[in-house]
Design a protein around this ligand. Structure first.
Ligand code: INI
Length: 159
């Protein structure tokens, strides 16, 4: 049996962070968490590109352009979709997730999902540096772990 797992090492990695401005008080904290995680794991500040889009709906389109550029080892998407009184939430949250998953499947590069989909602002705050941690941080660490895993599996495949 062979067993593989990545470790979230950031040295030499170029990372794209794509963030949505909607619910900016939350998404800024997610971005801060992601940048903190990346640099603490060894990614050079100059090797991070931060790209802002209007809302979570727009995350997949920007992600696709960034992934197609082949300039990055991984991409971290962060956003905050908070349920209102209409079904708008379902469309924005669903299509954002679906579009990012599709981009992840089409391009040979890890895409981490740091998009909050919450019923209330309090739930979002709890996940943006509150009682439930910072999901931007978590997504950034997952992106680094996956970038390392891709390297390991590629070498294993070639060997
Ligand atoms: N975008 C979000 O990122 N979060 C939301 O909660 C949200 N709500 O509730 O409407 C939201 N809507 C905007 C959407 O992402 C697009 O930017 C907009 O529809 C223009 O395309």
């Amino acid at each position: 049996m062979a067993e593989f797992a990545g470790t979230p090492t950031g040295q030499g990695r170029r990372i794209a962070v794509v963030a949505s401005r909607f619910n900016e008080s939350i998404t800024k904290k997610l971005v801060d968490g992601a940048l903190d995680a990346l640099t603490r794991h060894g990614v050079a500040y100059d090797d991070i590109d931060l790209v802002w889009v209007p809302g979570a709906w727009e995350l997949p389109a920007a992600a696709r352009v960034l992934l197609a550029s082949e300039r990055y080892h991984a991409l971290v998407a962060v956003g905050a979709v908070i349920r209102g009184e209409t079904s708008h939430f379902d469309f924005v949250a669903g299509e954002s997730a679906r579009g990012l998953a599709q981009a992840n499947a089409e391009f040979d590069m890890p895409v981490a999902f740091g998009v909050l989909t919450c019923d209330t602002m309090a739930q979002a705050e709890a996940r943006a540096g509150g009682d439930h941690g910072n999901k931007g941080w978590d997504a950034a660490v997952a992106a680094l772990e996956m970038a390392d895993l891709v390297d390991r599996l590629t070498v294993a495949d070639e060997g």
